[in-house]
Ligand binder design. Sequence first.
Ligand code: FES
Ligand SMILES: [Fe+2]
Length: 403
Amino acid sequence: MDQAFIDNVYERLEFERARKGPPDAFPSLPPIPGGRYTDPDFLALEREHLWKKSWLYAGHLDQVPEPGSYMLWTKTGSPILIVHGRDGEVRAFYNTCRHRGGPLVKDDQGQVRGGFTCGYHGWAYDLEGNLRGMRDRRDFVDLDFSCLGLVNVRCERLGNWIFINEDPEAMPLLESLGPIPAQLEQFDLDSVRHVHSYGLEVACNVKVLLDAFLEVYHLKSIHQDTVDRFLDHRGTSIFLWPHGHSLMVTPNRRPDWVDPGTRGMVDFPNVTELPVKTNLSYNLFPNLVTPVAGNGMPFLTFWPKTERSMVIECHWFSPDWGEGERHELWDTRIDNFHRILLEDTQFAPQIQESVESPGFRGIQLNYQERRIYHWHEELDRRIGIERVPEHLRVQPMLGDLVE
Ligand code: FES
Ligand SMILES: [Fe+2]
């Protein structure tokens, strides 16, 4: 993150604090149709064109640390096997035997030696997904081993973070993320360590909860005793980027404020002052939100379960702490943040009931909630606007504000 960007952020924070209304050029945003959260046809389009065709966070290298380590990842509905190869590369395949679809692995995580053997009839594959052997080969006619390797899934990394995309034609991960990888370099991405992961099921459509993490308008109501005490939402400054990504910078009320629950924890050695003096929260479209700090960060990932239920996962990462156990404050830090997450989820089931009721006439968004509108504009682009039923479309309004 260069100094020019940091200076620009400080100028914007001042501008936002001082303004009396939205900037003149800011448009009035039409309501977002509630059917986007409930209509089965729309949600089917979303499944096909968003979840099956986006770069999605799947795991950290620490979860597949050495050759032969694997994890089974099923968040898009497809069974995907992520494997650390002999050459150090992490690859992904469908966990789908080329004979008749038997699973190569059944556990969520594990370790194999040379490769995988299908439990159904014993076809064997190496760690790179090549078919290496089978029983009774004499009974197959004209079988070409070279065409019967496991089917690859796109798997690319941002530092130690592993992302999956089921779209074979997708733009490379780092290119699709625009300015984000360069801004995150200050966190020494090749040495970030995984601390802890857990998930929480919430009874709402996935977007109901995701929306809540794209704005700070709610701080004074639902985080009065937590986040609102140290963040000044009136200074919040927002960057909208191509492909739906965005950044929200919220200044600390006091520039020298330090979270007492993290005091003494190790900092990333090359971190700039911005994540220390402000709260930087990135949205890596579609479903990864990360408020990055000088001494570590959570990845919040949002997953549809059914049309009316979702799972929010919280993955914690730390700067490399060297030998020995992680810092003793980590448990407290995770608990404190969890309490904030519960504040955020408290209304979600009732909001879902509301969006399904005749009383719901659309989502009215203001200037400081514009990341939500930006997100929905991108969703329609991903689905293909011509496929979205007219009454559920979001009219493109923010194009001029994308940087
Ligand atoms: S399904 Fe895998 S060997 Fe038959
Ligand atoms: Fe919140």
